[in-house]
Design a protein around this ligand. Structure first.
Ligand code: SAH
Ligand code: SF4
Length: 351
């Protein structure tokens, strides 16, 4: 056997080992991230099989409302950063948020994600009132994605009726984290995630793929953080450079690599809920479909009213503009083409 065919067999064995649910070492994860591209289809098929076996064929839906684009942080990658003076800022009123949530409910989507920049205008009390109103007036399951808050805040949000929280750790590299999130610490972010888990939130973490300075070793550490946290949801998306940030102009064609990270995440975490992120469909028209065939099982259609949606300019080129009903028709059609249907139920992680 030539050394080339030996290494091909080795990779096939490794994919088979992961497929069967055996733990992968850091070195093995790095090997999967670095393997030649002709092995990707086998990796994606293994992840797709595990997705089917663990969470089924249905695509879970979460309706997202981006209710404020004010942010006090200055993350180098994000168009909402406070130093971006060109963005037109908005805050939705409670009534506007309830109206958008009502649309989500009318389409039978069971859960809403309320997302914003880190905006202290939305005090603990305002957020708790909002949670109580959404619960009382729509009965939707509530996911929050408001960034880092104190343990007491998270506790208050849980008591008010929030069920889930998304807070991506973004990158496992302390150096890259310190550079990209001035004044922030990876340890604090991880502490927030532990606090959320302790309080009983279904907790989501995740990363960006294609960040400057990122290596396969760092991506492997991202995956090991996801596993160690025993996170319920994993948001894995490509970094897309925004022209009004210090990272403007950095090219990212990490579609394939992002799908690889999604696939390995599925293989090592088994029954988690993994969205095919909007950033993937922004990077490539087929991005979302590819991720859904490489381990992902969730989509998060955007129900922010169009007047605000275009101003929630985290990264350029975000798709899914149009009315809620139009978006749903398009999604149904796209997913039927790969033999998958939408699931209109809560979609809690099955443990
Ligand atoms: N302020 C909150 C939630 C809004 S940001 C927070 O930071 O957690 C939501 C996500 O957008 C972040 O977790 C980040 O991963 C993603 N994001 C920001 N800028 C991005 C970019 N340029 N490309 C891809 N994803 C980006
Ligand atoms: Fe603010 Fe979140 Fe953007 Fe950072 S990633 S600038 S915290 S909205």
């Amino acid at each position: 056997m030539t050394s080339l065919s030996k290494s091909a067999t080795n990779i096939e064995n490794l994919i088979g080992k992961a497929r069967e649910g055996n733990d992968l070492s850091r070195a093995e994860i790095i090997q999967l991230l670095q393997m030649p591209e002709d092995h990707s289809p086998a990796l994606f098929t293994a992840a797709d099989d595990v997705r089917k076996e663990q969470v089924g064929d249905e695509i879970f839906l979460r309706g997202i409302i981006e209710f404020s684009n004010y942010c006090e942080r200055n993350c180098l990658y994000c168009g909402l950063r406070c130093a971006n003076a060109k963005i037109s800022r908005y805050r939705m009123t409670a009534d506007e948020i309830i109206a958008a949530a009502q649309q989500i409910k009318n389409l039978r989507i069971p859960t809403v994600v309320l997302q914003s920049g880190e905006d202290s205008f939305f005090s603990t009390e305002i957020i708790c009132n909002l949670i109580e109103r959404v619960r009382a007036e729509t009965g939707l399951i509530i996911t929050l994605s408001l960034g880092e808050r104190s343990l007491a805040d998270y506790q208050a949000f849980a008591q008010a009726g929030a069920n889930r929280y998304l807070l991506k750790h973004e990158t496992a590299s302390r150096d890259i984290y310190n550079y990209l999130r001035p004044g922030c610490k990876l340890e604090s972010r991880l502490q927030c995630l532990f606090n959320l888990k302790k309080l009983g939130f279904e907790t989501g973490t995740g990363n960006m793929v294609g960040l400057p300075g990122q290596t396969p070793e760092i991506l492997a550490d991202d995956l090991l953080i996801m596993k160690k946290l025993d996170a319920d949801m994993l948001g894995i998306g490509p970094f897309i450079a925004h022209p009004e940030t210090p990272l403007a102009g950095i090219d990212n064609d990490a579609l394939e690599l992002t799908c690889r990270v999604v696939a390995i995440a599925r293989l090592i975490t088994r029954n988690t809920n993994i969205p095919a992120t909007t950033a993937l469909s922004t990077l490539h028209p087929q991005g979302r479909i590819q991720a859904l065939q490489a381990g992902a099982n969730v989509v998060m259609p955007d129900f922010t009213p169009d007047i605000y949606k275009i101003r929630y300019d985290i990264y350029p080129g975000r798709t899914d503009v149009g009315s809620a009903a139009e978006i749903m028709v398009k999604l149904e059609k796209d997913f039927a083409s790969i033999g998958r249907s939408l699931l209109y139920s809560a979609g809690y992680r099955k443990k």
